[in-house]
Design a protein. Structure first.
Length: 118
């Protein structure tokens, strides 16, 4: 069983190739299907199977006001689990989140980052 963000619906913002074997898609306006709320997602899909292989998430931090920290967490999903890269208000801003998420995805798959896209 694969472990991915639980969502009911998303809005595709953009997409492009990520190396020769993958496509990366950017999403916003996400309706969650669980307790975690997502502001943005970056999904990496295998071109041969069209199935997801990696996600970077902007997760809303509902406890930031009470406990401190940034308004959003950046996380990754590799199909087997979830990693947390800490909280920042930047991860709630699409102009800051998407470039950082694309860099993480490119690093994950050993693809050079096209600096003109960030």
């Amino acid at each position: 069983m694969s472990y991915w963000p639980m969502v009911k619906s998303v809005n595709r913002v953009a997409g492009s190739k990520l190396g020769e074997k993958h496509t990366v898609l950017l999403f916003d306006t996400i309706v969650s299907d669980g307790s975690v709320e997502y502001a943005f997602l970056v999904g990496v899909f295998d071109n041969a199977t069209q199935k997801p292989v990696f996600f970077v998430s902007s997760e809303i931090n509902r406890m930031a006001k009470e406990l401190g920290g940034g308004s959003h967490f950046m996380g990754t999903f590799d199909g087997n689990g979830h990693a947390n890269f800490g909280s920042s208000d930047d991860w709630g801003d699409p102009q800051k989140f998407f470039p950082a998420a694309l860099k993480l995805a490119a690093k994950q798959f050993g693809v050079p980052v096209d600096e003109s896209r960030t």
